[in-house]
Design a protein around this ligand. Structure first.
Ligand code: NAD
Ligand code: ZN
Ligand code: ZN
Length: 403
């Protein structure tokens, strides 16, 4: 079958690989109807999430049709249309019982103390083959696959695989209540989902911070107030717009590949120097890859802005991904401002039903952020455009059987 295969940092290939087979009685095999590229895949390509195994199939977002199930699978059967939870959880351990699926004790082959297991990720996440392929093996199928009603389109379901539930979780972790001011850093696909959910859960005003005009425009169309961090200082602007207090909650939907401002009032001398150092460190890769797969030049920029911008006693919710090696966080300011900080990989199985309910209750359709539809064979080019965050490349759908 065809699949997007990781060969090294900055190097992926659409390759012919063996079809997956059932390996455990709890497995299922699905035929992928549609899949997509996520900002998390970019961290792996840029080398900011390290430890990818050569030959791992990428991708953790998909809708599929069940083809085969292992003996002990009971909740799905061949022919069922399903959305795949990006994170792999057993459904039965103490964490799964508590709906803390991303902390599952049994699904990561590296043991209970290892972090979240997910499709198409590094060794530390289990090195499971991913979903940018024609078929996939789904471990713990009873817990990882969610059967879909006919009324939910493939495109809407695809976004329920990862980014819509992640945005939902980000807003819940931010404790957003009726009448709150909420700031969301990052207007990529995940940030856009968080904007929609924050409005749905009662935020009075949502501020959306990014530097890319096309993404800020989509945020504005969703009813958020756009803030371009190269035009204004986002921390000052957020205070100005919240009567001097700062937002009640801030959400980091950017993660480790954050950019610093390169112009405007938020630029600082220290920032410029650190940016040059980050870029110099990445220079050899840049020469080899024609400037693709560049790490962000301000890995802690968004964390710092979150801590500075949020009001005293406010909440910071981190859904942008940071590798386990990241240990630079302004804890002193967190203490003096009496902040609550939460960070997690998404427990998709918990949030997918909430997303489906939001679609039932409102006209919101997550698929409106899909802007590019391509065949799986064109994946490498799509990755390059998405990596560069080119205008119009907000979210890419990869379809195995596209004409
Ligand atoms: N926690 C989870 O389970 C989970 C699930 C899915 C994705 N993620 C993570 O969410 C993050 C966003 O994913 P995405 O698909 O939207 O990625 P993306 O790369 O498309 O979007 C990131 C956005 O952040 C903007 N940005 C960069 N620096 C910024 C800054 N300093 N301030 C404000 N905005 C800035 C970029 O311009 C871009 O629009 C990634 O880190 C991804 O790994 C986490
Ligand atoms: Zn994702
Ligand atoms: Zn479990």
């Amino acid at each position: 079958m065809k699949a997007v295969v990781f060969h090294g940092v900055g190097h992926i290939v659409v390759d012919e690989v063996d079809d997956p087979t059932l390996e455990a009685p709890t497995d299922a095999i699905i035929k992928i109807v549609t899949s997509s590229i996520c900002g998390t895949d970019l961290h792996m390509l840029r080398g900011t999430m390290t430890g990818m195994r050569y030959g791992t199939i990428l991708g953790h977002e998909a809708v599929g049709i069940v083809e085969k199930v292992g003996q002990s699978v009971t909740s799905v059967k061949p022919g069922d249309r399903v959305v795949v939870c990006s994170t792999i959880a057993c459904g039965e351990c103490v964490y799964c019982e508590a709906k803390e699926y991303s902390s599952c004790d049994r699904s990561n082959p590296n043991g209970p103390q290892a972090g979240t297991a997910f499709f198409g990720g590094p060794e530390a996440t289990g090195a499971f083959n991913g979903l940018q392929a024609e078929r996939a093996r789904i471990p713990f199928a009873d817990s990882v696959l969610v059967k879909l009603k006919k009324s939910v389109s493939d495109a809407d379901a695809l976004l329920c695989s990862d980014i819509f539930p992640t945005g939902y979780m980000g807003v819940e972790m931010a404790d957003v209540k009726e009448g709150d001011y909420v700031a969301i850093f990052g207007c990529g696909p995940v940030g856009q989902m968080a904007i929609a959910v924050a409005k749905y859960l009662g935020a009075k005003e949502v501020f959306a911070i990014d530097v890319l005009p096309d993404r800020l425009k989509v945020a504005k169309q969703q009813g958020a107030i756009p803030i371009n961090f190269e035009k204004v200082d986002p921390v000052e602007q957020l205070r100005k717009l919240t009567n001097g207090y700062g937002p009640d909650a801030v959400i980091d939907a950017v993660g480790i590949d954050a950019q610093r401002p390169h112009k405007g009032p938020a630029t600082s001398i220290v920032g410029v120097v650190e940016s040059v150092l980050e870029k110099t460190a990445g220079a050899p890769l840049a020469v080899l890859t024609g400037n693709h797969w560049q790490k962000g030049d301000g890995p802690e920029q968004v964390l710092q802005w979150c801590v500075e911008a949020v009001r005293k006693s406010g909440v910071i919710s981190i859904i942008g991904v940071y590798p386990e090696t990241e240990d630079n966080f302004p804890i002193g300011k967190v203490m003096s401002k009496a902040l609550t900080v939460r960070a997690a990989n998404c427990s998709h199985r918990k949030y997918i039903p909430k997303c489906l309910k939001m679609m039932e209750d409102t006209p919101f359709r997550p698929s409106t952020i899909l802007t590019v539809f391509e065949g799986l064979e064109n994946a490498v080019d799509c990755y390059k455009h998405f990596d560069k965050r080119e205008p119009g490349w907000l979210k890419v759908e990869l379809i195995p059987e596209a004409e």
